[in-house]
Design a protein around this ligand. Structure first.
Ligand SMILES: Nc1ncnc2c1ncn2[C@@H]1O[C@H](COP(=O)(O)OP(=O)(O)O)[C@@H](O)[C@H]1O
Ligand SMILES: [Mg+2]
Length: 255
């Protein structure tokens, strides 16, 4: 089953075509990856898919439903959630507080009903709390619930972002360079966490700089260069693709 279909997506900024007629689809229950040089249009593609930007032309279908031009919050509520290339946590909240924010986005009554002092919302708050603690443990931040977000190491902050995104109960999680700036050990841990996320029935689309990570975890790789899709396939196929090899041998660093 296809969880995501991107059809002839194009985005121009003034005279620049950042994303140029890109078409691909993502299977549910898999890890798929987008790679390509810096400035290739990968993050713009994520912005178009997740509703942060409206495409100039083209369409996006998520879980069988057209979501082109649908606002971010609505797209997120449908189960399509992304993280950002740069850390975007709430610095004044604890680790637990950051994950709770994700849960409130998901909970039916939203933040306001949770604040009302009735029995149902108290029960809901307890459930949100338990879920947030479970997610912190799941990503490997167990025992750090009450630490301030900014007291965490950079690698821990990246994991916290993943936990917060999971709290929204996504069907498809988009991760924008989650391993950027991580050391080898942290990257291996992240790869393990991503594998466990998929085991929970969540599909993952990852933009990744670390080629060995992509080759290890992705079932499918989409290569973007100058806004265009230049290759798509299994990691071993893409690695042997003439166009991709050309770009590599041309000294282009892929991210
Ligand atoms: N909001 C924007 N306004 C104008 N240009 C943008 C905007 N966002 C991205 N770009 C440009 O689009 C191109 C693709 O950027 P981006 O999607 O961030 O690439 P990548 O994530 O692959 O490094 C770049 O040339 C970038 O400068
Ligand atoms: Mg980017």
């Amino acid at each position: 089953m296809k969880i995501l279909e991107v059809n002839h997506l194009t985005k121009t900024f003034g005279g620049l075509t950042a994303v140029n007629d890109v078409t691909f689809s993502i299977e549910a229950g898999e890890i798929s990856a987008i790679i390509g040089p810096n400035g290739a249009g990968k993050t713009t593609l994520f912005n178009l898919i997740s509703g942060f930007l409206e495409p100039t032309t083209g369409s996006v279908t998520f879980d069988g439903e057209a979501i082109t031009g649908v606002p971010v919050a609505t797209v997120a509520a449908k189960g399509l959630v992304r993280t950002f290339q740069l850390v975007q946590l709430f610095p004044d909240l604890t680790a637990l507080g950051n994950v709770r924010v994700g849960s409130h986005l998901q909970s039916r009554g939203g933040v306001w009903s949770a604040l009302l002092r009735n029995k149902r919302s108290r029960e809901q708050a307890v459930a949100i709390d338990a879920n947030a603690r479970e997610l912190l443990a799941f990503v490997g931040l167990g025992g750090r619930d009450n630490m301030g977000a900014t007291e965490l190491t950079y690698g821990q902050q990246r994991l916290l972002e993943v936990a917060r995104a999971l709290a929204t109960k996504p069907k498809l999680l988009l991760l924008d360079e989650p391993a950027a700036g991580l050391n080898r050990e942290e990257t291996e841990h992240l790869a393990h966490v991503i594998g466990e996320i998929v085991k929970r029935g969540i599909s993952v689309l990852i933009i990744e700089h670390d080629m060995s990570l992509v080759m290890k975890i992705a079932a499918k790789v989409i290569v973007i260069d100058f806004g265009k899709k230049i290759a798509e396939g299994k990691p071993e196929e893409v690695q042997q693709d003439a166009g991709v090899l050309d770009a590599y041998l041309g000294g282009v660093e892929y991210a």
